[in-house]
Design a protein around this ligand. Structure first.
Ligand code: MLT
Length: 312
């Protein structure tokens, strides 16, 4: 009885469009990664993957939508490091943030950059830190809500410089970047997938990249260590999820389509232009992703508890 059902699910799946929830506003770094994957995965699966931005609450509203969706393979989630941090940051979520999902595979790991509005009075990281220490809460730090990558990087940055700034949350860092370029917010920690073009165009100032080596898309940007913040490293990993209880045959089929996407030349070129690269095929599997995700939750728990900064 089971075999025909599984075979039936596997043979028929997918027989209609799939929805991919992006838990942040359109145009931001999560959106860029998700849409590039969805386009190639849809071709491999022979069905359109419809992407839907469900922003708010640092990505937890979008995650909740998928956690509560039918586990039939037709609603999936593209999310990032927030799946590692939100189980500790939020103490009253309406879904199981630790076990409420099946994993499909990792996608990419994206470096972050420390940036400021063009006319901010600092021209290197040491000068930026000096002004931030002087002004403190007089400086507006933009992010995409508690649990966003921009939030956790901002948290680490403020503790590294031992200064609290005023946080201005958005539904994603695309709208935040608009205000940064308009000068109504001052600084932000955001992923190269969203900042590379603005930095290259000179629309914002950049001070450091948060990886141990420089980024090929931004070769003149010093690492945080070179610029005076040794050990300040944050990379934003991304992965795909399905609701808990989704058949392994379905998550395995989605993982195969993901691996096709990560091998796609156009996707690889676009990722490289934006300062990142796909993970290797063995990391784009449900098993590797699950281990990585659970280890990340365990990694962030003591850090977040020590910071004592919760969402509620
Ligand atoms: C984040 O900070 O988590 C992302 O930038 C959110 C987004 O993709 O807009």
């Amino acid at each position: 009885a089971l075999a025909p059902r599984l075979a039936g699910a596997q043979a028929a799946y997918p027989n209609r469009p799939i929805t991919m929830i992006i838990p942040f506003a359109a145009g931001g770094p999560t959106d860029v990664v998700a849409r590039l994957c969805a386009e190639v995965m849809g071709r491999d699966l022979g069905q359109t993957i419809v992407v839907e931005n469900v922003g708010g609450a640092g990505g937890t509203l979008g995650a909740q939508r998928v956690a509560q969706a039918r586990p039939d393979g037709y609603t999936i989630l593209c999310h990032h490091i927030g799946m590692g941090t939100t189980p500790s940051l939020y103490r009253r979520l309406a879904y199981d943030a630790v076990n409420g999902f099946e994993t499909i595979g990792l996608i990419t790991e994206v470096p972050m950059t420390i940036i400021a509005k063009k006319d901010f009075p600092a021209n290197n990281l040491a000068e930026l830190v000096k002004v931030l220490k002087e002004r403190g809460h007089g400086v507006n730090l933009a992010n995409a809500g508690v649990g966003a990558a921009s939030h956790i990087c901002g948290l680490l940055f403020q503790s590294a410089i031992q200064t609290q700034l005023t946080t201005v949350p958005y539904r994603g860092t695309a709208p935040a970047m608009t205000d940064l370029m308009g000068g109504t917010v001052d600084v932000m920690c955001d992923q190269t997938t969203n900042t590379t073009q603005a930095i290259q165009a000179g629309s914002v100032k950049a001070f450091a990249v948060t990886t141990s080596t420089r980024n090929a898309a931004l070769p003149s940007l010093p690492t945080a260590a070179e610029a005076g913040l040794p050990g300040f490293e944050v990379s934003v990993w991304h992965g795909l999820y399905a609701p808990k209880g989704t058949d392994a045959a379905i998550t395995s089929r989605l993982s195969k389509a993901l691996q096709v996407a990560l091998a796609d030349d156009r996707l690889k070129t676009r990722f490289a232009e934006l300062g990142t690269a796909p993970v290797s095929a063995d990391q784009a599997t449900p098993e590797f992703h699950r281990r990585y995700w659970q280890a990340d939750i365990a990694k962030w728990r003591p850090i977040i508890q020590a910071a004592g900064q919760y969402a509620d």
